[in-house]
Structure formats: structure tokens, C-alpha cells
Design a protein around this ligand. Structure first.
Ligand code: NAG
Ligand code: NAG
Ligand code: NAG
Ligand code: NAG
Ligand code: NAG
Ligand code: NAG
Length: 631
């Protein structure tokens, strides 16, 4: 039974469900449902024939518990004990097996927990002093049952990242009277449905209990693109594994599903490679900043449990000066004073190109790393950007900067790396230069086998999306003019004190950066790309319809010359969420900004209230309250 006040109120709430990212289809009624403290859930599969698990869990199978005083608290305590028992968040513990069923079970429990525990009172989304909450004196109707029905049962065997992440991501949610029904064809679809579900519930400002508006409701949803990624550079400045687990959680709440770790670069090598221990012990900024093999695995497991495929990039052959801390003989043009001739930023140094020692090193490295990441992802990023020609003049194994001389050697190097990746069942990802500047031959989609079609990541210019597609490759977009998150914070270099080059160093002839530094010290990709800019970037502009099917998706990228653990969240959010809606819902337009600022504004308020993710407001509070501020 709805109160009179409440029915009147709904007439000026234009969008009852402010969901982010926007689902494909939403239809809502005008009812209210409170969350039953004794809500039960059942996960069925195989067309409903098989009960995979129930919520609350079967107590007989779990550790005995102490005193608790409500059905809800009881269920949650059981679950927390179960989590502690399973050790899902233990970075130093022994290896744990995950399965699709354990992932689904954890997702159901965490969703129900967060629905009950939400503290989010959406006062900012309503006019000042308006009554926006359901009347607590009215009779309450409760949502008491959640039924998840998956058409196929998950494999009972070992977790298979290829099958899991390539699953049908579509889902349907129906809420009617006391029951919510979720329909999916795969576990990954169920995870996204549960993420949407969490966004339904609000806390009441004066009374206990969570409620949702707009019932009965039906949501039908599916993603536009398969690859919805964020790239984080953990090499230029120090990061901790917990920075990425926290990021994964927020990504999953926007249905982002790929975390690309740019794990090493010229400035530091934080990643432990047990068979080449000196790489990290000598190449990390400090011993305590080494990312152990166990911590990488824990991040990948955490990602898989959230539907996020966590994959690693060891950028090669450029961006490798940090290898010289351990293996100086493998690196050419190491740490030159005139670095700008040999690298895009200090310090210079890249792997020698015609060296069996380098190929042996690469084999040892990849035979160690790749079998460890493959249980949780089917992607491996081989790097390949910004290979510097001049560095090979100083490389005694080639002593040439002629593209015609270097190209066959680079092809051999890349064939070597991709060959190892393919042996381990990876789909390789490569930066655009390998295809577009060096014209290398890369395993192509034309053989119709997704596992061996190289994904080409475009960063320099949107026109190159088309160039990659025309060469028959699948593409990941992320043009720096639009989707780099590090832009607009200013240049990170100083002008040379005398205003000249160091003595004997001809770096001004190479168009070197330092001589160009002037107030106000803007960076190369300024201005700052605010969320509206990211949101309205159209990767399909100028691309003909016959080519767009080969777009795998996109990534926003966080390069870290001026970012570390302290400011990471501020720089990621809410802008990653803006990209997430482009990737999930499809290309956005300027006319959608008004609606987006309200929904993203609500997403931000929920995120900071319930998850304490640091980020700036999406809007001035008054604008949110008034339903927008237009020019
Ligand atoms: C599941 O698969 C069926 C058959 O391909 C399809 O019609 C449906 O849209 C898919 N998604 C959901 C949520 O049922
Ligand atoms: C929901 O409740 C209404 C009113 O009690 C009833 O008419 C309707 O059939 C119910 N719907 C379902 C799906 O049970
Ligand atoms: C590469 O190294 C081999 C063996 O040292 C040498 O014979 C060959 O000339 C080198 N290639 C180039 C392009 O320098
Ligand atoms: C690659 O092909 C383009 C276009 O044909 C050409 O301009 C370029 O020089 C080639 N690069 C190399 C390294 O051969
Ligand atoms: C599309 O092409 C036009 C005209 O060449 C150009 O101005 C625009 O920047 C292009 N857009 C993208 C996203 O590449
Ligand atoms: C740049 O190089 C030229 C010749 O190589 C030299 O005459 C000039 O002084 C240099 N300028 C600076 C700012 O170093």
C-alpha cells in the first residue's frame, strides 16, 4: 500500500531507477519494496532443474558459530566465517581453488550483504526538504525471495578463464511482489545482474531497513563490447596490490571487465619473477615495493571473483631500461644523458635486438610468468610501443637505425614472444606500432580462432582504429586525446637550468622536450579529460559499418608518472565509470549528458557512501537537487 505523499512524489522523479551503466531496457512501476531481513536466495541452473546453492548457506557444511541475534546477522556471520575459512582475501595464504560456483556463491552473499548494509540516503538527488522517502507509517511490502536461474550449469571442473569471461554477459531481472527473478545464460551474466541489483536499494534516513522504488520492474541488459578495460601503470611510481583489488571492486560495480596491468617499465621493475629474482630485487624502487608472485595471483583471483580478467603487460622491447639493474648486458643505450634521442621519457634503454642472450632471457621470463597468469586470464599483453630507432645504433648486435635492417629482427623478436604466449593458450595483445609502423605480421583473426587473433591496442589517434581494422585485426581503442587519465596535470620534466643542452649533448636537434618547456608547463596531452569529455568520445566516428564488428572494445589508461597509491582513486573516478557506460551501453551523445550527470552523480554518492572510494563530486549539490544545471 503506497502512502498518498509517496505517490505524489513519484510524479516528479523522472528516472526512478538511476542505474549506472544504463541498461539496455528498463521498465518500472510506482511501487516500493522493502528488503526482507530474512531474504532467501536460490541459484538454479540447467533450466531450473538443478539447485546450485541456497542462501543462507547450508549450516551443516560450515563451521559452528557463536551467538547471533537475527536471521540476517546469522546468515552474514555464517558467510563471513565461510570467507575467512576460504581465505578469499588473504594475500599471504596458500593457493586457493576457485570455481564458477564459488564465484557465484560469493557474489550472491556479498550482494545481499551490501543491500542490507547500504548507508546510502539519496538526499542529494532530490529537492531541498522534499519528502523523497517512502512513508514509514504505511504498510511495508517486502522482497523476500531472490531466484537466480541460469540456463546452463557452470563447469564443475577447474576454473577456465576463457569459458568464464567469454560467457554470455546478458541478463534479465524481474521484480514483482515479493520475488525477484534473475535470468542468465552464464555465471558472468549473473555477476552483472547482481551488480545492477545492488544499485536498487537505498537506506532510510530515519528508520532501519533498505528499500527500492519503481516496482514492479523489469530490466533486460547486455553489453555493447566484450573488452571493457582499464590500464594501470604500476612501474613509474610505487603502488600496492591493495590499490588494484580496491580498483577491481569499483570497476566491477560499473561492469568493467578487464584490468590491464602495465607491470614494468624503464623506471622500475616491481614484478617478482622467481626464476629471475634479481629483476625485482634490483629493479624495484625498494625491496618492500616488490609485487610477489603470490600477490599477483591474489589480485587475479580477486578479479576473477568479480568478473574482471586481470592480465599483465611486460612491455618489450622498448620501455625496458629497468632490466639493466639486474642484467646490464641485455640493454642498449642505457640511461643516456641525452635520453630524448633514445626514449620518450627518462631514462633511456631498450632490449638489444639481435642477441641470443635477450631471447633466452625472454624465454625464461615468459615461461615463468605466463603459466602463472593463465589460470585466471586468457590475455597477455606483449607491449611493443615506442620502439626507439636510435637506441639500436648504440646496440652492438645491430649498430643500425635503418627500419629495413631492424624490421626482420623485430619480427623475429615478436614472433618469439607471441609464440610463447600462444603455446600457453593466450590471446596476445600488442600496441598499434607493431602493426601500423613496423608492418609486422601478427596472428590474425582471419583464421577464425579467437585464441590466436592478436588484439591491437590503438592509442595515438582515432584514425588508427580504422587502419587496424582494414588490416584485418581486432582492435582495442583508447586514443590518448580522449581516454588517457594522466593528461592535463602538467609536464613532469624541468627545463634545463641554463636554458641550453648539457655540454656536448645535441638533444635540441632531436626536438627534445626540455628545450620546449615553457610556462604554464602543459603536458603533451593537455587539457585534463573530464568525465564529460570521456563520456562523449565516439570511437566509431569515421568507421564504416562493415568494419565495426572487429572492435573488441576499449580501455581508459592511467599512466603513472604523476600518480601513486595516494591519488590513484581521485584520478580514476568517476572518469573510469564514464568510460564504462560507453563500453557497456554503447556510444554516448551530447544530448545524454544531462541524464548522465544525474545518474553518475547518484553512482558517485553511493560509491563514496558505501565503499569510500575517493573522488570529486560529479555535480554541485544544488544542481543535483534541482535535476541538473543547463547552460
Ligand atoms: C540467453 O540465450 C537465449 C538464447 O540464445 C537468448 O534468447 C537470451 O536473450 C539470452 N539472455 C538471457 C538473459 O536470457
Ligand atoms: C502480484 O500481486 C498482485 C496483487 O496482489 C497480483 O494481482 C499479481 O498476480 C501478483 N503477481 C505475481 C507475479 O505474483
Ligand atoms: C645479427 O647477429 C648475427 C650473429 O652475430 C650477425 O651475423 C648478423 O649480421 C646480425 N644482423 C644484423 C642485422 O646486424
Ligand atoms: C610500413 O608500411 C608503411 C606503409 O606502406 C610504410 O610507410 C612504412 O615505411 C613501413 N614501415 C617499415 C618499417 O617498413
Ligand atoms: C572524423 O573525421 C573528421 C574529418 O576528417 C575529423 O575531424 C574527426 O576528428 C574524426 N573523428 C575521429 C573521432 O576520429
Ligand atoms: C642547438 O643546437 C645548435 C647546433 O647544434 C646550437 O648552435 C644551439 O646553440 C643549440 N641550442 C641550445 C638551446 O642548446
Amino acid at each position: 500500500m503506497l502512502s498518498h505523499t509517496y505517490v505524489a512524489l513519484l510524479t516528479y522523479i523522472t528516472n526512478v531507477m538511476a542505474l549506472w551503466p544504463q541498461p539496455a531496457e528498463v521498465s518500472t512501476g510506482s511501487g516500493v519494496l522493502w528488503l526482507d531481513p530474512a531474504l532467501t536466495a536460490t541459484f538454479r541452473c540447467n533450466g531450473g532443474d538443478v539447485v546450485l546453492f541456497d542462501y543462507p548457506p547450508d549450516l551443516g557444511k560450515l563451521p559452528v558459530l557463536g551467538f547471533v541475534n537475527s536471521a540476517y546477522q546469522f546468515a552474514q556471520t555464517v558467510w563471513d566465517e565461510f570467507q575467512a575459512f576460504a581465505g578469499n582475501h588473504d594475500f599471504h595464504g596458500s593457493k586457493k581453488a576457485i570455481t564458477e560456483t564459488s564465484i557465484a556463491q560469493a557474489a550472491v552473499h556479498e550482494t545481499i550483504k551490501s543491500m542490507h548494509n547500504t548507508n546510502f540516503v539519496p538526499w542529494k538527488l532530490h529537492k531541498r526538504h522534499s519528502p523523497f522517502e517512502p512513508d514509514v507509517m504505511a504498510q511495508r511490502h517486502y522482497l523476500s525471495s531472490l531466484q537466480i536461474q541460469q540456463s546452463h550449469c557452470p563447469d564443475v571442473g577447474a576454473f577456465d578463464p576463457l569459458a568464464f569471461f567469454a560467457g554470455d554477459e546478458s541478463y534479465e531481472i524481474m521484480i514483482d511482489n515479493a520475488t525477484a527473478t534473475i535470468q542468465t545464460n552464464s555465471t558472468i551474466g549473473a555477476l552483472w545482474a547482481l551488480q545492477t541489483f545492488q544499485q536498487f536499494f537505498y537506506a532510510h534516513s530515519t528508520h532501519s531497513g533498505s528499500y527500492m522504488l519503481g516496482t514492479p520492474a523489469r530490466i533486460v541488459d547486455r553489453p555493447k563490447w566484450r573488452h571493457r578495460g582499464l590500464s594501470v601503470d604500476i612501474a613509474r611510481n610505487p603502488f600496492r596490490p591493495s590499490d588494484l583489488t580496491r580498483t577491481i571492486d569499483a570497476m566491477a560495480r560499473t561492469k568493467m571487465n578487464r584490468l590491464h596491468i602495465h607491470a614494468t617499465d624503464s623506471q622500475s621493475w616491481p614484478l617478482e619473477i622467481p626464476s629471475l629474482p634479481d629483476l625485482a630485487t634490483k629493479g624495484a624502487y625498494q625491496p618492500h615495493l616488490v609485487w610477489s608472485a603470490d600477490s599477483l595471483e591474489a589480485i587475479q583471483i580477486h578479479g576473477a571473483s568479480r568478473g574482471v580478467s586481470v592480465f599483465v603487460e611486460i612491455d618489450m622491447p622498448g620501455h625496458t631500461a629497468s632490466v639493466a639493474n639486474a642484467y646490464p648486458d641485455l640493454i642498449a643505450a642505457y640511461n643516456r644523458l641525452d635520453w630524448s634521442t633514445f626514449a620518450a621519457e627518462p631514462l633511456s634503454g631498450q632490449l638489444k635486438l639481435n642477441s641470443t642472450a635477450v631471447l633466452t632471457f625472454v624465454t625464461t621470463l615468459l615461461e615463468d610468468l605466463l603459466p602463472r597468469t593463465r589460470p585466471y586470464t586468457s590475455l597477455y599483453h606483449i607491449g611493443g610501443d615506442e620502439v626507439n630507432l636510435a637506441a639500436y645504433l648504440l646496440d652492438e648486435t645491430v649498430a643500425s637505425d635503418e627500419p629495413q635492417v631492424l624490421r626482420p629482427l623485430l619480427q623475429k623478436f615478436i614472433d618469439h614472444v607471441i609464440g610463447i604466449a600462444l603455446q600457453h593458450g593466450f590471446q596476445p595483445v600488442v600496441w598499434e606500432e607493431m602493426l601500423l609502423d613496423w608492418n609486422l605480421t601478427l596472428p590474425s583473426v582471419t583464421n577464425d580462432n579467437r585464441k590466436v587473433s592478436t588484439l591491437v591496442q590503438v592509442w595515438r589517434n582515432s584514425e588508427r582504429i580504422k587502419d587496424v581494422l582494414k588490416k584485418g585485426h581486432r582492435v582495442i581503442f583508447g586514443d590518448y586525446h580522449h581516454w588517457y587519465l594522466d593528461c592535463g596535470f602538467g609536464v613532469f620534466l624541468e627545463p634545463y637550468p641554463s636554458g641550453k643542452s648539457p655540454v656536448g649533448v645535441p638533444y635540441n636537434t632531436s626536438g627534445g622536450y626540455p628545450s620546449k618547456l615553457k610556462k604554464p608547463y602543459l603536458d603533451y596531452c593537455n587539457p585534463f579529460h573530464n568525465w564529460r569529455h570521456i563520456y562523449t568520445y565516439d570511437p566509431l566516428a569515421n568507421i564504416s559499418a562493415d568494419l565495426i564488428d572487429n572492435i573488441e572494445g576499449g580501455e581508459v589508461l592511467m599512466w603513472s608518472e604523476q600518480t601513486d597509491s595516494i591519488d590513484l582513486d581521485f584520478k580514476l573516478w568517476p572518469r573510469v565509470a564514464a568510460a564504462a557506460e560507453v563500453l557497456w551501453t554503447g556510444v554516448r551523445h551530447e544530448t545524454m549528458l544531462e541524464d548522465a550527470s544525474r545518474r553518475l552523480g547518484e553512482w558517485r554518492e553511493r560509491e563514496v557512501t558505501d565503499h569510500h572510494t575517493a573522488m570529486s563530486p560529479v555535480h554541485m549539490t544544488w544542481c543535483l537537487m534541482e535535476g541538473g544545471c543547463n547552460l
